[in-house]
Ligand binder design. Sequence first.
Ligand SMILES: C[S@@+](CC[C@H](N)C(=O)[O-])C[C@H]1O[C@@H](n2cnc3c(N)ncnc32)[C@H](O)[C@@H]1O
Length: 234
Amino acid sequence: MTGSKRPSRRLLLQFGGGVAVHMMTDIARAADAEPGSAAPTGRRPKTLDTDYFKGMYATESDPWRFATSPYERDKYAATLAALPRERYASALEVGCSIGVFTRQLCPRCDHLVGLDVVPTVLEAARARCADCPDATFALAAVPGAWPDGKFDLILISEVAYYLDRPDLARLVKRVEGALIPGADIVLVHWLGETHYPLSGDEAAEGFIEGARGFAHVVKQSRTAEYRLDVLQAT
Ligand SMILES: C[S@@+](CC[C@H](N)C(=O)[O-])C[C@H]1O[C@@H](n2cnc3c(N)ncnc32)[C@H](O)[C@@H]1O
């Protein structure tokens, strides 16, 4: 079950010692439910690895419906609207997937680097951003891998909650080492129930706490579905 059809509501039956019926209300992001199970069964303790994401994209090119869902459309518009500056010299997007948001962000950036763990999605992102001459893409599983360079915008959208706490702390260190003074850091995370190591709130709050020594929150907003946090490097 990867939520391929994204119905507005899904009634799921699980057969065990009896019949349990779970009504899933995660309207927009059914792809985040535990594959192969009827409902979230508890958090995965460790950072989700590359094979997990390769599996997500193995049968569907856009399992989260980045290109078509109203949730993603509205979230992308809110993310662009929340950026403190009109233009960035050098942006880094962690977990760029097939480049739907990347394509919207690149007109505001002189240079943009997109990272993902799945080679096929990077190909799709390159194709989608073919008319963004200064967008480049690299295979990297953060925080173990990280690109060279300094950035005045780092975007971490729907990625930090795939990390366990030690890896989230390493990610914060990576970000700290890659910031141009005064840079913006944007976190966007879905708030629904998942099996990821961290919830959306835990990922965002953990990042903010870890970054306290070098960045402060300048904007926060929250809908019923996601939270958006903008930090600025001091
Ligand atoms: C839910 S998608 C989010 C896509 C996009 N950032 C957005 O908000 O629409 C998460 C993406 O992050 C990638 N990803 C997951 N863990 C990652 C990691 N440790 N390093 C880099 N990319 C990762 C996945 O392959 C996937 O394409």
